[in-house]
Design a binder for this molecule. Sequence first.
Ligand SMILES: Nc1ncnc2c1ncn2[C@@H]1O[C@H](COP(=O)(O)OP(=O)(O)OP(=O)(O)O)[C@@H](O)[C@H]1O
Ligand SMILES: [Mg+2]
Length: 472
Amino acid sequence: MFQPTDISLPHLRAGVHEALKLWSKPNDDTSPLSHLYLFHQAGQTRSANARRLTNDLLLQALTTMEDRYDAFLADLLRRRFLENTPVAAVANEKNIAEATAHKKQRQAIEQLADILAGQERLARQAVITALEQRLNLPAPTDLFGVNAYLKRVGDALLSPEPAWLVAIEGLGGIGKTALANAVIRRVALTHHFQQIAWVSAKQQEFWPGLGLQLTVQPALDSETLIDNLLAQLGEESPEMVSPQQKMALLTERLKAQPHLVVIDNLETIVDFESLLPLLARLANPSKFLLTSRVMPPQAGLASIRLTELSRADSFDLLRHEAGLHHMTSLAEASDEQLGRIYQVVGGHPLALKLVIGQLHSLPLSQVLDSLRQAQGKKVDDLYTFIYWQAWSVLAESSRQLLLVMPLVQNGTIDQLATTAQLTMGDLHDALAQLITLSLLEVSGTIDQRRYRIHRLTETFLLNEVVKWPKTP
Ligand SMILES: Nc1ncnc2c1ncn2[C@@H]1O[C@H](COP(=O)(O)OP(=O)(O)OP(=O)(O)O)[C@@H](O)[C@H]1O
Ligand SMILES: [Mg+2]
């Protein structure tokens, strides 16, 4: 039910061949191409049975093949399947041996599958780009050791029955947001939900000027959450003022058609425990996907707890990150060397990424030595150590930029420049250093990059650096 994102060509070729064979068979409600997004998209715009939708797809691809690729092969497929001509007759017409006709047919099916795969990729990309922009999603990253989680969460969301509330639970930095982000990108390709909404419940810490005075805005409450949700679903009505009316509108919307509502960082909402029964009432047929560092029990809620990555998955993550940052020696490091990092850091994905980043400027032994002080302590302390170490290698401009990031979360480069009061040259250097160290996350489009810091980085800045006694 829950499809992987890659398009498997052998699978698609087999499906195309099967679909061609079924071309003129009686109407049918199943399709060998039903795994394609294109198939579901066609079903949205036109009400027809599966056979007709499948034939439409084949015909479109065949026309493209005729016009732009290989008219001979396209015609061979037409004669064979659309007009149901035996191979021997087609071979005869085309003046080729029967064995050659078989070979050409195989080639033609491969080409048709390639064309469909190309169209499928474009269609999926369009959906994902629209989703990213509408929901302002974090950029996708390569994730390790998550296949079983992806399937569990995906299946739970796509099953048209309880649980209506699905929670991803786990420590800060363990990968809850990343997993939710990966899941909804797949769910969006199924047409299962009328719309997907994503609200981030994180309270905005506000930091006036560059001063050291920290003020915290009131944390998000359920009423604001409902406002945000209505806005995302495009339901903004100026006359509608009372919370009851808003609630009624939201209920009506979520009850009429299945929607998927993601609430990221649920635990930061004021009184979030009392919100759960409310969400339970709003759900069915809509589903809620919650991420939270803590999750109290709630009737009808399925909770999936993320745990540390295994040793093997941690190694994959380390090697992958090393490759991304062009750290050849680390990418080729032995299991024994990587084992030393894993032994100290454990399978905490964000911590592993931060440590890798530091190896650009510090030798492994030094990074590990100082982290050993955190060994056996709570994960929070591990992060504090890692962050202090990263801080110690930062250039002044990078520190200046990092310190203002809580004010310009998800900001554009211009907003960053203004707030950090850096020249463009210094800003670029600072960005490069912070990205290398995995202290800054980049999302958005090529034209409009956006920058944000992780919540744990923010906590470190606000709780540690701000309180750090400055030497005159
Ligand atoms: N399985 C994984 N493989 C590779 N990278 C991962 C994995 N899980 C998480 N990451 C990366 O680790 C970082 C932290 O993950 P994420 O932000 O999802 O944590 P979180 O659990 O949502 O934390 P918080 O509770 O603070 O919101 C991100 O950069 C993410 O891309
Ligand atoms: Mg998160």
